[in-house]
Design a protein around this ligand. Sequence first.
Ligand code: F6R
Length: 369
Amino acid sequence: EKDGFNSFMEKEIHDQPAAVADTLLGRSDPSGRLILDELRIDAAELKKVNKIIVLACGTAAYAGMVAKYAIENWCRIPTEVELAHEFRYRDPIVDSNTLVVSISQSGETMDTLMAVRYAREQGAKTVSICNTNGSTIPRESDAVLYTHAGPEIAVASTKAFLAQITAAYLLGLYLAQLRGNIFSGQIKDVLADLNKIPEKIQTVLDNAGSLRELARSMKDERSVLFLGRHVGYPVALEGALKLKEIAYIHAEGFAAGELKHGPIALIDEGQPVFVVVPSPRGRDSLHAKVVSNIQEVRARGARTLVIAEEGDEAVRAYAEHVFYVPETPTLLMPLLTTVPLQIFAAELASAKGYDVDQPRNLAKSVTVE
Ligand code: F6R
């Protein structure tokens, strides 16, 4: 069942090219039009949507944060992301023009289910992005967009996360198409880039040797920090969560811009800091800003472990270790930059001798509030 891997988690990390490809499969035509027939909410209703709220917990909420960047960029619909367990306890503003998008691998997470129920009672339209056919959250939603990652056995989520991000992109592109927000040519280009992702994930997997070595050498670390900006921020949060969950190491993810507002005080000699760097080909100065964040922590003694795009030479001067991922537009980068962080966590946890599939104190689906 583990296909020769030592753990389900390793197997599932390697399943990711297929998880993304299968989630994309059959959902667009060759001319670059999205076909999401399963999204059975009236087109007229979807055109009226003036706010999107993404509800989820844990890793799925980080997929939601990535979705926000993409949906706002493509659809120009204000999009909030909220942890499902916080949502209904604060009298949120929800009405019939609100689209609530829940994200859940299991479809059984009680916190997420209760939030979806609450939103529906307030008249919102609800779409579920879910990996488990016929589970409760999709059954209780107006529509469902299934992720096709296949069953995820390891407690720590990997392939479901990438599939959730992929499905959220499809939903964003579909809404943009429906509402005429972006040129159809642009949708076609994004789809073409998305279709190249599975092969690029494979490249990341094939090149992970040095990263595994690094992970094994770090098994006695007590704290690891993760920095990212823009869509790299949720990736940093996810990298930290994986390490906490399976390696029981204190780890924290920060928005890199937040450093000088406090967290930089944590940096001293030898503190390992992963930095997720956006593409240098991006339009704005994001890349330069993150490079200067690397410099800042390095100058204070941090060990800088950098995830960057192939060809990005600017990071080399300040990085102890650079791991390159293939080129892709910034918005799609999480599908590639997450993978090295998953591998790092899995390798480090197994070097410590832990059961990476069944971490202590955690259950695969959290069916209590
Ligand atoms: C992280 C992890 C959890 C889940 C969270 C939501 O590796 O597994 O953070 O992502 O409990 O679970 P689902 O997606 O089933 O609602």
